[in-house]
Design a protein around this ligand. Structure first.
Ligand SMILES: Cc1cc2nc3c(=O)[nH]c(=O)nc-3n(C[C@H](O)[C@H](O)[C@H](O)COP(=O)(O)OP(=O)(O)OC[C@H]3O[C@@H](n4cnc5c(N)ncnc54)[C@H](O)[C@@H]3O)c2cc1C
Length: 393
């Protein structure tokens, strides 16, 4: 078994999530995928076992057990069902705006319902014309009679239609670029807010991905997060902390695929022996396991860094590296896992083709892996390492 740096209490919670995942979620995973069905029963399971509480402080009704453990929970659930793992990750993504930029009143108003999972939430940044270039958004929020009036639309929003609370970014000053963006909390039953459609897609099929439309949607001024014009900074600070949730999802998928491929390979025989004894297969398994373990090292380091209060550029770079590496590993490892099963890897009776489809999205959302590379390189260029050159003389 792999070494881990967890305390006994953390190990106990991880084992609870692991058991629930194996016994209650794994048997549902294929059906959730096949039927494109949002798994409300899994939400209920998370509620009953206080798993949403892992993402929240005790003051608002959470468990206060920290970031490392919350990432481990996403990893454990994603080993058996990436759609279900995403439900946990998005509860963090959709609530981080309130946690990082909300006033005490705003936190008390909304976070307790998110901490129990009574309400699900979502994060709405992307538009049809602005994904990687999110500052090019066109949704507007103008002030009228002490309220904001939102007009525009958001595309590809996870939890569309199942979330009761949306963190929405809109331009309060269209001429001001990045600093013209503000952040708002919008409740699902606000008049003028509508989920226009839900997209069929390649993987994470039980998760809803939808288009939000705002037509003269009036939001109280008290729903603005932070000051006017601070929205872009808030959006980026959220992503620094949420991207590793996608990393945890990717790592979970990769480890789940490795575990499955290993057990299969031990019993599948060709040329008179189990395929684990063919060196080319053994090498694939060894590489898969090593990549997962290296990815876990980065993920846990990120969790520990947040729990120790690390912030700023250091966190930005570590977050981007964690997301990049864990999710590239997810794609590489699931592709090899399909290969280990040969033809059986490619058919739906076995879970690996689903895992490979699910892995792909982790390289795309919350900033594509091209964007993660840009972020890492940008932070590197700011660092000072000239002393090494000086040493060379
Ligand atoms: C299933 C799903 C769920 C999602 N959930 C959410 C959500 O909950 N909330 C939300 O706000 N968004 C969400 N998204 C949106 C997602 O974050 C964006 O799709 C993603 O950021 C990429 O944006 P884009 O699709 O517009 O691609 P584009 O930005 O058009 O990029 C196209 C290609 O060009 C590359 N590229 C773009 N700019 C550069 C550059 N400067 N340098 C190098 N390469 C570049 C990209 O890496 C990509 O390969 C989701 C998307 C999907 C598919």
């Amino acid at each position: 078994m792999a070494y881990d740096p967890l305390t006994d209490e953390q190990r106990e919670l991880r084992d609870l999530v692991r058991t629930l995942s194996r016994e209650r979620i794994a048997p549902r995973a294929a059906e959730i995928d096949e039927k494109h069905e949002f798994p409300w029963d899994v939400v209920e399971l998370f509620r009953d076992n206080d798993l949403f509480g892992l993402f929240f402080d005790e003051e608002v009704g959470g468990l206060g057990t920290g970031t490392l453990l919350s990432l481990i929970a996403i990893e454990e659930v994603s080993k058996v069902c990436a759609t279900s793992g995403l439900i946990l990750a998005v509860q963090e993504l959709g609530s981080l705006g309130l946690k990082l930029a909300g006033s005490d009143e705003q936190k008390q108003q909304w976070l307790p319902r998110l901490a129990t999972g009574e309400w699900l939430c979502a994060y709405a940044l992307t538009e049809s014309g602005s994904g990687s270039d999110s500052a090019a958004m066109r949704t507007t929020a103008r002030v009228d009679n002490g309220e904001y009036v939102l007009n525009g639309s958001k595309r590809f929003i996870t939890n569309a239609g199942v979330a009761q609370l949306y963190t929405v970014f809109a331009k309060t000053d269209s001429a001001a670029g990045h600093s013209g963006i503000s952040a708002f909390v919008v409740e699902a039953d606000t008049p003028g807010f509508e989920v226009a459609r839900v997209e069929p897609k390649m993987g994470i099929r039980g998760s809803t991905t939808g288009e939000l439309v705002f037509e003269d949607c009036r939001v109280p001024a008290a729903n603005r997060l932070g000051e006017e014009g601070e929205g872009f900074k808030i959006a980026m600070r959220i992503l620094d902390r949420s991207r590793p949730g996608v990393a945890a999802q990717g790592l979970g998928i990769a480890q789940g695929a490795t575990d499955y491929a290993l057990e299969y390979a031990k019993t599948r025989e060709t040329m008179g022996r189990p395929i684990t004894q063919h060196q080319l297969v053994a090498a694939m398994l060894a590489d898969m396991e090593t990549k997962c373990e290296a990815a876990r090292g980065l993920l846990y380091k990120f969790g520990q860094a947040v729990d120790e209060g690390v912030d700023g550029p250091e966190l930005t770079k570590l977050s981007a590296m964690t997301k990049l590496y864990c999710t590239d590993v997810a794609m590489d490892v699931t592709t090899d896992a399909v290969q280990v099963l040969g033809g059986y890897g490619y058919i739906q009776e076995y879970p690996l083709e689903r895992m490979m489809r699910d892995a792909k999205i982790t390289q795309i959302y919350e900033g594509t892996n091209q964007i993660q590379r840009l972020v890492i390189a940008r932070e590197m260029v700011k660092e000072q390492r000239a002393f090494l050159l000086a040493g060379v003389g």
